[in-house]
Write a protein that binds this ligand. Structure first.
Ligand SMILES: [Zn+2]
Length: 369
């Protein structure tokens, strides 16, 4: 049995003086197991991760947790409340237009400087000291005399909690989407621990997302030591889990994703090893460069024709575009074809598109794990 401690943290201050905060649920580990940070709903419409955190809390309170676990649902209170008509917006900061999941911080000079300063430190000391370094760097950012924008403030507050952890899981969804996983290349063997049939392997580049902000310092530290002729482990695992579609909540489906996360945590000895194990399924993967967007070649109304997760051959139709202003002409209904053999992973959330709208995202050059 584990006790769940409840608290909250202010992450934003609004114009009327009101403070916006996130709820925090914490379990203190009974042993010295890996520390875990799990957050959900950074994008306002992507609510399913909250249901997964609910199911995780239901399970974890009955288990012996070896490591500290911090769970933060509703991670973006501004985005969650950003409604227009029937829909939640909440993907972009309305002031700057920036994607909320691009405001995290990475200081690219720290890994090489640290490796040069401490060439012979043993791994345990490296982890302790480098963690302190990146945390104080983040604290310095928070007290930057020039200030931070709203998204950077929110992200830095969340990242401050994530930096304490050895394992970071960021729960998202696609627009209309199948389950898929963003997995750093160094953690390839662990992609099969999740019950997620599609995995993208991502490089060590930083583009502002939480998973990258969590693993980039440590991965680049490994590369910096490698350049000095020394092999060290990447101390942190960080993944983004895409758990289906936005504007969709299902507590039953969340049980499956809860099991999936517990299989991974069990393997990583956060909870008893062997207590949960991954389901048998065919798992497909591709490298990030082969995860391709297909943009609408023309504008109109869209009928999406193919189910997610199934292999589509080059030349097979993916969508039909209807132009009612062209009724009676040959181009009133036109098909959009797959440019290569691919697996559709997600499509645009709306049934009407401009020319150039991202229609589908697909795996190409994929392989099985
Ligand atoms: Zn998202």
């Amino acid at each position: 049995m584990s006790q769940i401690l409840t608290s909250s943290q202010v992450v934003a201050h609004m114009a009327n003086g009101q403070e916006m905060s996130v709820p925090i649920y914490q379990i203190k580990g009974s042993a010295n197991g890996p520390k875990v940070y799990i957050q959900a709903n950074m994008h306002g419409a992507e609510v399913q991760g909250n249901a997964v955190i609910y199911q995780l809390l239901e399970q974890l309170k009955q288990l012996d947790c070896y490591g500290d676990i911090t769970l933060v649902p509703l991670a973006n209170p501004i985005g969650t409340n950003q409604k227009s008509g029937e829909f939640t917006l909440g993907r972009f900061d309305p002031i700057t237009g920036t994607n909320w999941n691009r405001g995290y911080h990475f200081n690219p000079s720290l890994p090489a400087e640290f490796a040069a300063q401490y060439p012979d430190l043993e791994q345990g000391e490296i982890v302790a000291r480098f963690r302190q370094l990146i945390i104080s760097d983040l604290d310095a950012r928070l007290s930057n005399p020039y200030g931070l924008n709203t998204a950077q403030h929110l992200c830095a507050n969340l990242q401050r909690m994530a930096f304490e952890a050895d394992i970071v899981l960021d729960l998202h969804t696609g627009p209309i989407s199948s389950r898929h996983l963003y997995c750093p290349e160094y953690a390839k063997e662990r992609a099969v621990l999740f019950d997620i049939p599609h995995t993208m392997f991502i490089p060590s580049d930083f583009d502002g997302a939480l998973d990258e902000a969590a693993f980039c310092p440590w991965w680049q530290l490994q590369l910096a030591y490698q350049a000095q002729g020394r092999e060290i482990d990447v101390a942190i695992d960080a993944f983004t889990l895409e758990l289906g579609s936005q504007e969709w909540l299902c507590l039953e489906e969340a049980k499956k994703d809860c099991h999936s996360v517990l299989s991974y945590l069990s393997h990583q000895k956060v909870i008893e090893p062997g207590l949960f194990s991954p389901s048998k399924m065919t798992r497909y993967a591709c490298y990030l460069n082969d995860y391709r967007a297909l943009y609408a070649p023309k504008s109109g109304l869209v009928e999406y024709l193919v189910p997610f997760g199934e292999e589509v051959k080059a030349g097979q139709p993916l969508a039909r575009i209807l132009r009612m202003d062209r009724y009676g002409h040959d181009d009133a209904v036109e098909l959009v074809y797959a440019p290569a053999d691919c697996i559709p992973i997600l499509h645009f959330a709306s049934a009407s598109v401009n020319q150039g709208t991202e229609l589908y995202k697909v795996f190409t050059n994929y392989f099985t794990l």
